[in-house]
Write a protein of this length. Sequence first.
Length: 483
Amino acid sequence: MEILNKLYSNSNTPADLSIHISDNIHHIYDELITANYTLLISHRSEIEEFLYSKYHVIKNIDLANSDNFTFLTLLLDICERFNLTTLFQRFYKLVQRASFKTHLRLEASAIYIIGINSLPEQITAADAFFNKLNEAYTFEEDGADRILAIVTNFYAQAVLNYGQFNQPGLQKLKETINSNRQIFTFIDCDLLDKVLLVNTVEYLSAFKEIHSILDAYLHRVNVIPISNTNLIESGTDYCNFLNLCTMDIYAIRQIAVGQYRLVGGQAVFNSLGKGVEVLHEEKQLYQYLYSYGKMHFAKIQAALQHLPTQCTEKPMDLIDWGCGQALATISVLHFANTKITAENITLVEPSEIALKRGSLHVKKFSASASVLTINKTIDMLLPSDFNPPTKNIYLHLFSNILDVENFSITKLIALIKSSFRGINYFIVVSPCMSSQTRRNRLSHFVNSFASRDGFSLYKSVIKQKGEWKNEWTMILYVFKVEL
């Protein structure tokens, strides 16, 4: 595994390893955390050898450095997945001594990994485990996938450790998991239905089957891309609603408010996965705009105040990454009013139904603009998906997307650098996460352009809960670069 070979050869001293981590942390993250279990397990011996043989180096890296801290939390994720309990305990002690806050999901993992020596002890610890996961989901995670992976590992390790001798105990553990699923609805899903149905009598094969089910879930293909680059909603009741609506983002949201009262509710809200799930139903579109619309509008309004006037003096091409219903784009067009001339607008979004609605929204605000729709996840994108270069400046919108950890930020940066020659302006907004790893994704994205010609950071803002509007949090970057 090339990335392990590079880690090994660059870890002779803590200083060497720190330099390598600083230069490659997001590539390391993409390669190890997003890899499937089948691939990783084939390299288990290499991973284990690296962790044991280089532990004396790893333990001495400076954990006041955020990249080093991220690297250590990544190693803890690997140790949990491979049931490397001794190494997990060692690395967890290091993390606890760091100046950064330990991830709540790792605290949950520690509950069932450290100090648990029997299945009855694991069952007894289950309530504390699930309560800590609930904290992680509420305050740290951008969706349920990482939480569900930990729950699956929680059960899979019990199958591996105790399945040979204690099948009745495993049945009791299943009952405990199911009772917690009724309390914490974000873990009540098809994945755990399938996992808990696996026959555990042959415990070794059951352990492998559970991880195969988890892999299939985490690497599921939610999107079958549509090659049509002119997607737009037509012939629906919503089209009629929009035709009667004024050209105003808050008036558009009121349509969603009215429809939400008819079709929305807690179950629909839960299906949004804290706003990061790919949407498939119209009621989800209404729920999303009802629940998150005002927040999107406010963040884009805050960012636009920091764009320089020269940005609005020339025609531009606007790219809305992970656009959903194009809320960021229509916010720009709403707040900038006639100050911005967007000749070409590109909408990138994996949800077909959201993309069509987003295209409809854009045409409401800018009937003359050429709209290109790309129905793909960010990891699926190719340079050929985008329009050929023009002489216009580019304005890139990243609204509540860069902090999401389900795509490779390394590949995204490379794509932008190769595809958008000329002057590029960026608006990046997201929630202010307690997870340092997720914050680092945003700062790494910005810093990856800092060495290029014409780089200017116009504004960088971090607002915790209670420091901004409506108890919302915000991280904001506005910058320019020439590529």
